[in-house]
Design a protein around this ligand. Structure first.
Ligand SMILES: NC(=O)c1ccc[n+]([C@@H]2O[C@H](COP(=O)([O-])OP(=O)(O)OC[C@H]3O[C@@H](n4cnc5c(N)ncnc54)[C@H](OP(=O)(O)O)[C@@H]3O)[C@@H](O)[C@H]2O)c1
Length: 246
């Protein structure tokens, strides 16, 4: 399969290049400056239109502003598009939705299979414990830009769906404030090179249930993103998520 990885020099993009090459795919990278990673050529964005002519899929792990620009080009070329970038605002999501009218778009805030399982377990836990307080804590490396993480926001959406109400997302706490029943606490830590950890705590009735996922390396995201691209390559235009691919 011919794959283009946008953000190929990044922490995650370089793992994706290694994973895809290791599986025997023909890979080209795009970044802001030319480079070579694992014998794969990394070009600047000027090369993208030519590369799209015979690409089977594109994987993008960059920043929201870059993804918005690339989405238009990828959609015009009708190449299936796997998006791992997180931190989009509403307009960014709208731009991807628009792209999905012309090509297959699979956007996921987390390409670890364990996180997909975490979502299901969180849903079951929240439904089983309707009166319990819920607090979410996520930890990532000190180079992560967006907070809370895309995964944390997805987990919070799952909690809202399971509770059948929009809980008030209370980001950290300071000063005098009693916890309201309608709150879900959201706590963000940025330190060292932690790959990504998400913990949901449900507490009540003299007991605490904690559900935790920890990524041990970025290879887990790379493997999931390449799995998604292999699956998406022959799909019709539309909006897909990682659970569809699994
Ligand atoms: N969905 C998931 O499973 C998952 C997992 C991990 C990370 N992420 C997300 O993926 C994104 C990247 O994370 P990261 O930790 O890999 O970041 P990173 O190390 O900062 O890498 C970002 C990459 O994007 C490139 N880039 C930035 N602007 C660009 C542009 N205008 N054109 C082309 N390339 C551009 C950078 O190129 P230069 O080096 O040339 O600047 C670099 O290669 C973040 O949004 C992060 O939250 C998602």
């Amino acid at each position: 399969m011919k794959l283009v990885v946008i953000g190929a020099t990044g922490r995650t993009g370089s793992e994706i290049v290694a994973e895809a090459s290791g599986r025997g795919h023909d890979v080209d990278g795009i970044a802001r400056s030319e480079d070579t990673i694992e014998d794969v050529r990394v070009h600047t964005s000027d090369a993208l239109p030519d590369l799209l002519e015979d690409a089977d899929a594109v994987i993008d792990f960059t920043v929201p502003s870059a993804t918005r620009e690339y989405a238009e080009l990828v959609a015009e070329a009708g190449v299936p598009y796997v998006v791992g970038t997180t931190g989009f605002n509403e307009q960014g999501i709208d731009a991807l939705r628009e792209a999905s009218e012309s090509t297959a778009v699979l956007k996921a805030s987390n390409f670890a299979k364990g996180v997909q399982a975490l979502m299901r377990v969180v849903e079951a836990g929240v439904e089983a414990l309707p009166e319990y307080d819920i607090e979410l804590t996520e930890t990532h490396h000190n180079g992560k830009r967006d907070a809370p993480s895309g995964t944390a926001n997805t987990v919070l959406d799952v909690i809202d769906q399971a509770r059948d109400e929009e809980l008030d997302r209370t980001h950290g706490r300071e000063g005098e404030h009693l916890r309201e029943e309608s709150e879900v606490g959201v706590h963000v830590r940025r330190a060292g090179n932690v790959r990504g950890e998400h913990e949901v705590m449900l507490a009540g009735n003299d007991e605490v249930l904690t559900l935790t996922h920890r990524a041990e390396s970025r290879r887990v995201f790379a493997a999931g993103a390449v799995d998604a691209a292999e699956w998406l390559a022959d799909k019709e235009p539309g909006w897909y998520d990682f659970a569809d691919a699994l």
